[in-house]
Design a protein around this ligand. Structure first.
Ligand SMILES: [Ca+2]
Ligand SMILES: [Ca+2]
Length: 179
């Protein structure tokens, strides 16, 4: 018996093979796209973290009106436009991320920045509940509730000036943690 072409079964099998190959290719493309989006999200998150950490760390170690002995904004300092020392930012939630003037920093939805500031023991870098001469600021960036980037920096009272030249960045302080 001579064969003049594909039987129906062969045609169906061929279509299946093509279909499976196409599905695999589409899945690979989707995975690549998710990977690209994740990278873009991470890059944006790190940028947003660096931006806010810089805003915090250029400020004086203590309030210009005198060290208050507590972490947090002083009386009458209601928002970022009033903040004038590092620890004023403790507890800040920036949602959506904006600069100090209120201009939104990213067009990507879902990003939120938070800041925590604590005293730390300089020798151990452990958090201290009582006043020390060193403060640690942590900026955490999340997107849709998931942590994207976290940056931390340390400042010592004796080495701080009014400019960034006095900022003390200890080993590991500038390490970017991406999750
Ligand atoms: Ca202050
Ligand atoms: Ca303060």
């Amino acid at each position: 018996m001579t064969r003049r072409g594909f039987t129906l079964v062969e045609a169906v099998l061929a279509a299946l093979v093509v279909g499976v190959a196409l599905a695999g290719a589409l899945q690979a493309a989707a995975v690549a796209r998710v990977g690209r989006l994740k990278l873009a999200e991470r890059a944006e998150g790190v940028m947003l973290a660096q931006d806010l950490l810089t805003e915090v760390m250029v400020l004086p170690f203590d309030d210009p009106d005198g060290a208050s002995g507590k972490i947090g904004a002083e009386t009458g300092e209601l928002d970022r436009t009033d903040y004038d020392d590092i620890d004023d930012y403790n507890g800040l939630t920036d949602d959506p991320p904006t600069d100090r003037g209120g201009t939104q920093l990213t067009t990507i939805d879902g990003f939120v920045r938070t800041v925590g500031v604590t005293w730390v023991d300089l020798s151990t870098l452990a958090t201290s509940s009582s006043e020390t001469q060193t403060k640690r600021a942590d900026v955490v960036v999340t997107r849709n509730g998931r942590e994207v980037a976290r940056l931390a920096a340390f400042a010592g009272s004796g080495v701080r000036g009014s400019s960034t030249s006095g900022v003390t960045l200890l080993d590991g302080a500038t390490a970017v943690t991406i999750k």
